[in-house]
Design a protein around this ligand. Structure first.
Ligand code: ADQ
Length: 447
């Protein structure tokens, strides 16, 4: 991970705090070790109550493995951005080397009965590497991002090797059934001999082991989120934000800087809403937080420039002396600031073009104790659980986003409250602890 401000850390930290275990990871800076990893994951005091094992990477490896293969090849390809991925062969070589290093590091510390649970697209070769080192442990993998359709995956020359490597895990977990079925299609294509008459269509057998697959939609620590919203600091900040807003409707956007999050598309939709619905002018504020992320990668810099130009255009077009329609912040909020904004916002506007899950939608559902409205992209994994209570949009269609903004603005307090209560119940009953129980129950049956 590059910092502790991503969805993976938000989801996994409470799980390890409760269940213990060892987190093996890279801290996100060249040559960083154990102390840096503690600081990145812990609050104060620095060390979280589980073990940490740092795998250091050199500056070149950070460049080729993390920025290169993980985020300039796999991230765009797996999110369906066929025109954005790089075919640089050095990236692939670095990915193999680093995955091997992670496997060696893991192999040096595991006990004979440990379950090894590997997370995300950075480490898809570790299963194969661990087996090559002779480990017979139960190996599980969870992919936090979407698994692409075969037609996208096939564009990359290393796809076959990647899919075959994944087949060394006993359990492969995905966010949605769509991703799971895309993986099975890819396995059928690249590892066809794993599908025999005996194995059936859904349970490939690879080197004598049955590979289990499943959809496990990830969630948040809903109880902790809900409890933290009552802190005095959060309440004071909420009062301040409300006072600044006056009677205006606060529409909130919280996204990591990423072209997959659909921020320029969101702004296009907002602009069109102001054009089509004069009632909104002077009455709404879009507060958009963009959390810095991967900003060394050219595509991310471009996205940042595009967002900033678009904010300027909208403010020039519609702003008056008394009112500026968009407040844009390129920053990282503290948890209290984030919670205070979730509590105050009348609408959460979440428009990724493609997203494994999107935890912001779930966090808002739990933290907003009032009667907020969730506007959510149909292409976020979270839409499958929250789809009936949120207003679903196609982020590529500005008209769809504009209509949802106006619908949220006009929605009766009663309808808002009912929708929000149902969304909150969904997230509370399917929280991250239930997610982990479901995954581990399946992992224990595997292997
Ligand atoms: P991400 O793409 O990082 O995660 P997301 O699910 O949107 O995205 O989560 C972002 C997380 O960052 C939220 O938990 C949020 O609270 C946190 N955050 C936002 N602003 C912050 C700030 N200023 N400081 C600290 N934290 C901040 C990937 C996938 C997602 C998937 C998650 C989990 O891309 O689709 O939901 O993993 O599996």
């Amino acid at each position: 991970m590059s910092s502790a401000s991503g969805g993976l850390v938000t989801a996994m930290d409470p799980v390890l705090r409760r269940r213990r275990g060892t987190w093996t990871g890279w801290v996100g800076a060249p040559n960083a070790g154990q102390d840096e990893l503690s600081r990145a994951l812990g609050s104060t005091p620095a060390r979280p109550p589980y073990s940490l094992q740092a795998v250091p990477l050199s500056a070149t490896e950070e460049d080729l493995f993390y920025r290169g293969f993980a985020n300039e090849v796999l991230w765009p390809l797996f999110h369906g951005f066929s025109d954005r991925w790089s075919s640089e062969p050095r990236y692939w070589e670095a990915y193999r080397t680093v995955n091997r290093r992670f496997a060696r590091s893991l192999a040096s510390t595991v006990s004979w009965d440990d379950l090894i649970w590997v997370h995300d697209y950075h480490l898809m070769l570790t299963g194969k590497e661990l087996r090559a080192l002779g480990l017979n442990h139960r190996l599980a993998f969870f992919l936090h991002i979407p698994f692409p359709a075969l037609e996208h995956l096939e564009e990359m020359p290393w796809s076959g090797e990647l899919v075959k490597a994944l087949c060394h895990f006993d359990l492969l977990g995905f966010q949605t059934n769509g991703s799971r079925s895309n993986f099975l299609d890819a396995a059928r294509h690249f590892v066809s001999d794993a599908f025999t008459e005996g194995s059936g269509d859904e349970h490939p057998i690879f080197q004598g082991r049955t590979i289990r697959t499943g959809a496990f939609p990830i969630s948040i620590d809903a109880a902790a989120f809900s409890a933290d919203t009552h802190g005095s600091l959060v309440t004071a900040m909420e009062r301040e934000i409300r006072a600044e807003m006056g009677d205006r409707t606060l529409i909130l956007g919280v996204d990591r800087l990423d072209y997959s999050k659909g921020i320029p598309e969101k702004l296009r939709g907002f602009d069109l809403a102001l054009e089509r619905h004069p009632e909104l002018r002077g009455s709404v504020l879009l507060k958009q937080l963009v959390v810095p992320s991967r900003d060394q990668i050219p595509a991310y810099k471009e996205t940042k420039g595009e967002i900033e130009a678009s904010v300027r255009r909208i403010n020039e077009r519609w702003g008056t002396q008394a009112w500026q329609p968009v407040e844009y912040l390129y920053d990282s909020w503290s948890r209290s600031e984030l919670l205070a904004h979730y509590r105050t916002a009348d609408v959460a506007l979440i428009t990724p073009l493609n997203d494994g899950m999107n935890l912001v939608a779930k966090e808002y559902a739990v933290a907003n104790q009032g009667s907020g409205v969730i506007i959510l992209s149909a292409f976020a994994g979270a839409a499958q659980e929250l789809g009936t209570d949120a207003l679903l949009v196609d982020p590529c269609e500005p008209g769809s986003v504009a209509m949802a903004i106006f619908q949220a603005f006009q929605m009766s307090p009663r309808e808002r409250k009912e929708r929000m209560e149902r969304a909150r119940t969904t997230v509370r009953t399917h929280d991250v602890h239930r997610w982990v129980e479901g995954f581990l129950a399946e992992a224990i049956c595997a292997g």
